[in-house]
Design a protein around this ligand. Structure first.
Ligand code: UDP
Ligand code: MG
Length: 327
């Protein structure tokens, strides 16, 4: 029997968890040839999320959870899930049922046939989302696809079924700045996309503010493109050329019309402001890359586990150092 691991990152989702679980169990019943293994990753929830998971766990021993010591972000939660999943196939899903479970049998079938290594999903509409967000999201995909060698599919969700070799490849990428949409594409493998219309979340609220999304997209660009660095080099070259032309002009004017240079206050101010702003802009871009390197070399853990599967880590630790338990 093949095992399917279901990875579900959750942040303050106590209302959605039971609804999600009962929907998934319906699919579970129809897929008799697979055994399911759930991994709920509690990403530092401050509500009753953990109790919600424990409640469903009582009747379903194949439900596991990892609880983080604080909020580390959805990307860290996905990584933790992938690391712990043992399945032959792994599916990553949001708990708010925006990723339709009905698609799961078809996705599994395609991967199981051996023709595809992964089946991803993409939403073709964005109903229920503010227009401004859709506009910036489209803009982001246009920009990143121009400046990155990695392909980013507009509207692609994280909802995807992956085969074990692909999961292992994703785990090899243990970088700190994680941008899954890029990582899934970067590792390669044959991926098929299923399309569906956007579905609004069943309960709770989205935890992504506009600024959080903007920061996330900048992280994506820095992680998967060096073009911004090339652009500032080009900008530097252009401004250098302009400065040579200007210098010649000023020199010739000073020689031909001595004393007239005193009129140049306005133009001088414009030139100073122009070059100063180009320098600041360039420093800002370089700074973003340095910040990324800084976080990467610090080599901090991507997440910290507080509790796993009902077994408090502290207890595990005590068992290990307690000499009485060695015999
Ligand atoms: N999530 C998480 N950590 C976070 C933010 C979100 O684990 O810091 C989870 C959340 O509980 C949900 C999924 O990631 O299961 C997608 O989040 P959300 O629905 O808020 O995002 P959206 O669908 O609006 O993009
Ligand atoms: Mg959602």
């Amino acid at each position: 029997m093949k095992v399917l691991s279901i990875i579900v990152p959750v942040l303050n989702e106590f209302e959605s968890i039971p609804i999600f679980f009962s929907e998934l169990e319906k699919i579970h019943k129809s897929l008799e040839e697979y055994s399911f293994e759930y991994w709920f990753i509690d990403d530092g929830s401050t509500d009753n999320t953990i109790n919600s998971i424990r409640t469903i766990q009582k009747n379903a021993p194949y439900v596991h959870y990892i609880s983080f010591s604080r909020n580390f972000g959805k990307e860290a939660a996905l990584y933790a899930g992938l690391k712990n999943a043992t399945g032959d196939y792994v599916v990553v899903m949001d708990v708010d049922l925006q990723d339709p479970p009905e698609l799961l049998p078809e996705m599994l079938l395609s991967v199981d046939s051996g023709e595809w290594d992964a089946v991803g999903t993409r939403r073709t509409t964005r109903t229920g989302e503010p227009r401004i967000r859709t506009f910036f999201s489209d803009l982001f995909y246009k920009i990143i696809n121009r400046i990155s060698d990695t392909e980013f599919v507009n509207g692609a969700r994280d909802y995807r079924v992956m085969s074990r070799p692909m999961v292992d490849a994703v785990l090899e990428m243990s970088e700190y700045n994680r941008f899954s949409k890029g990582i899934f594409s970067w590792v390669g493998f044959k991926t098929k996309y299923l399309e569906y219309k956007n579905i609004e979340r069943i309960a709770g609220e989205t935890s992504w503010s506009f600024w959080k999304l903007l920061k996330y997209s900048i992280e994506g660009i820095v992680s998967f493109s060096q073009v911004p660095l090339l652009l500032i080099s080009i900008l530097g070259f252009i401004s250098f050329t302009i400065s040579i032309i200007l210098a010649l002009f000023i020199l010739v004017r000073a020689l031909l019309f001595p004393g007239s240079a005193i009129d140049g206050w306005a133009s001088m101010l414009i030139v100073i402001l122009f070059f100063a702003s180009i320098q600041l802009l360039s420093l800002g871009i370089i700074g973003r890359y340095i910040a990324s390197i800084y976080l990467e070399v610090k080599n901090r853990p991507i997440y910290i586990t507080k509790e796993k599967n009902n077994v408090s880590l502290k207890r595990v630790y005590n068992l290990q150092i307690d000499p009485q338990n060695h015999c």
